[in-house]
Design a protein around this ligand. Sequence first.
Ligand code: PAF
Length: 287
Amino acid sequence: MQIINTVTELRTALKSHPSIAFVPTMGNLHAGHIHLVALAKQKAECVVVSIFINPLQFGANEDLASYPRTLAADCEKLKAAGASIVFTPNLAEIYPDFDGIHLNQTMSIALPPIANELCGASRPGHFSGVATVVLKLFNMVFLNGAQQQLVVFGQKDFQQLFIIKQLVTQFNLPIQIMAGETVREASGLAMSSRNGYLTAQQREQASQLNCVLQDIVNNIKNGLNDFDALEHQATSTLTAQGWMVDYMTVRSALSLSPANSHDRHLVVLGAAKLGNTRLIDNIEFLR
Ligand code: PAF
């Protein structure tokens, strides 16, 4: 496994590979990420994993400074998982106009209104930061004209995955996007780097988020159609358990617009804070 820090070295290393699968990450890797690497390995002979904590997708009061940085342990895990290349660029590599303080990323992609809903409503600019860095990373990894160009994203960030799929379609990128299922703890808690912020007691409680989403799914599958009532009930349950709910919502899995009674392919999404830790989860299902 090669560890590469610059775009020039990356492009040289990738020149001769006919099939590349790419897994973008911010590091602090857990079993969910390793599952994405395993999927990537099934599809391509060269698997590239990037580790880059992207300041552009963090708000001013968010956890950029404290986001866990565990590069040595991450590289060990990736070696064991069979990754070919780990790309760990510094800020100046990703943001060429970086002056040591400001990223100076003055160009941006105009995103559709969905980027300002759900997580985008409480994290203004987040998806613009994600889309910008993802497009940059695609340009860095995929400029060798490999026959097969695949990117694997986790389904836990359903809205992110949705926006990236639109980015690829609307910018005519010759890249296939593959979704990796959310990997969960035995309790049902979705694996996330941010789970590391939870105290032991909060960690025990954290599966409540998945439980209320699962309750909504069960109720809908049992014929309930009043999505507003189900969302309110889930919000009240979590609030009574000490959570600060950001959103609980039933959406069309195809358009991410609020679900109506004709939609069959649905996704129920939730975001809530336990103490200072904001967790997200979702369940996609057919009814
Ligand atoms: O999902 C993540 O870890 C990040 O949003 C991503 C896609 C690596 C972009 O920084």
